[in-house]
Write a protein that binds this ligand. Structure first.
Ligand code: CP
Length: 359
């Protein structure tokens, strides 16, 4: 049995965990807080739409992660927290993880789901507008979770939609719940990162391979990472572009006290990184472009022995399966935590925190 398999089998949670790689244990996050969840910022999410990572702050991210850790370590289905609630998942663009983990989150908490896995099965195929679809959703469900290839789709559906909208990815815009999941995985992996006075030995040099300006998951992750002052000691953007940042993040980056540099030489910087976040898919209008092969990670990559790799997935050639069964693999644990973080977010948005016992 190798190192990663040992970690997986030591402490089983109520639900299945990742099959290989690191297991990011939720207990570590709870132990460090005596099991208490910081309720106040979560109560503030009731009835709110979740559209952009700038809505969050460090306290709310940590509180959501604590609640997710509670949900990951305990069976709460008997509480039926989402009983009587209907979530509409409206996906106008393909998804494996986001739609299904949202739907799993709702159903495991006893809510119900109306699923639109492909926009072409709606009136869109007949020329209907998103604004009109939003009007219909007011009656059909209590929360709408939408993915759409067009960045402005959020504004269009919200013209008539009065229910909370959760942005599950809008073109080259944002993917805020993915960024929350990413930080949930990081906080489980290294709980000290939640502390404003994070010990020096726990602080991370974060490398991000990709183009935040056109990669929504990378952009949202970087936006949340800028909130972790004192925990993130440096950020290196690794991109083929001289200016990969894009308009959305120019100001937050300029104002951040975290040192940020940009390089196009992945091999030079990789041995210095504690966390490597990689993504492959850039959105260019209505098409995709994959990352240049120079930025590929595989078994020969020169990594620190305790460095972890994160990836929102789906992956292509930039992340070799050679790394799956190694202690560098945090990406499967990252994906496995999605259900619990999304449960925590839905319970807060749908004002059902009081239905979860002992938080
Ligand atoms: N991480 C993510 O958004 O994956 P999907 O495209 O499969 O939803």
């Amino acid at each position: 049995m190798n190192n990663s398999q040992t970690q997986t089998s030591q402490s089983l949670t109520p639900h299945a965990s990742n099959s290989c790689g690191l297991r990011a244990a939720p207990e570590a996050l709870l132990d460090s807080e005596q099991g208490r969840v910081d309720r106040a910022p979560l109560d503030g999410l009731a009835g709110k739409s979740i559209l952009n990572p700038r809505q969050f702050d460090r306290r709310t991210i940590v509180a959501l992660s604590q609640l997710a850790a509670r949900l990951e370590t305990r069976n709460v289905e008997m509480d039926k927290p989402l009983d009587g609630k209907i979530a509409i998942t409206a996906f106008f663009e393909p998804s494996t993880r986001t739609r299904l983990s949202f739907e799993s989150a709702v159903q495991r908490l006893d809510g119900k789901v109306l699923s639109v896995p492909d926009g072409q099965v709606t009136g869109i195929a007949k020329g209907e507008s998103l604004a009109d679809i939003g009007e219909m959703f007011n009656t059909y469900g209590d929360v709408v979770i939408m993915r759409h290839p067009v960045t402005e789709s959020i504004d269009e559906i919200r013209r008539n939609l009065q229910r909370p909208l959760i942005n599950a990815g809008n073109g080259s815009g944002h993917h805020p719940t993915q960024a929350l999941i990413d930080w949930y995985a990081l906080l489980k992996w290294r709980p000290e990162l939640r502390l404003p006075n994070c010990p020096e030995s726990a602080r991370i040099h974060l490398g991000i391979i990709g183009t935040p300006g056109s990669m929504r998951a990378v952009k949202s992750f970087l936006r949340l990472s800028l909130m972790f002052l004192g925990a993130v000691k440096k950020i290196t953007l690794i991109s083929e572009l001289a200016d990969p940042v894009g308009l959305d993040l120019t100001e937050p980056i300029e104002q951040s006290p975290i040192p940020i540099d940009i390089t196009n030489d992945a091999q030079d910087v990789l041995p210095h990184l504690d966390v490597i976040y990689v993504n492959s898919i850039a959105f260019l209008g209505d098409s995709y472009r994959n990352l240049d092969s120079r930025y590929k990670l595989d078994g020969s990559s020169q990594l620190k022995s305790d460095a972890v790799i994160m990836h929102p997935l789906a992956r292509n050639e930039e992340l070799s399966v050679e790394l799956d069964d190694t202690p560098h693999n945090l990406y499967f644990a990252q994906a496995a935590g999605a259900v619990f973080l999304r449960q925590a977010l839905l319970a807060a948005v749908l004002d059902r925190l009081n239905r979860i016992s002992d938080i």
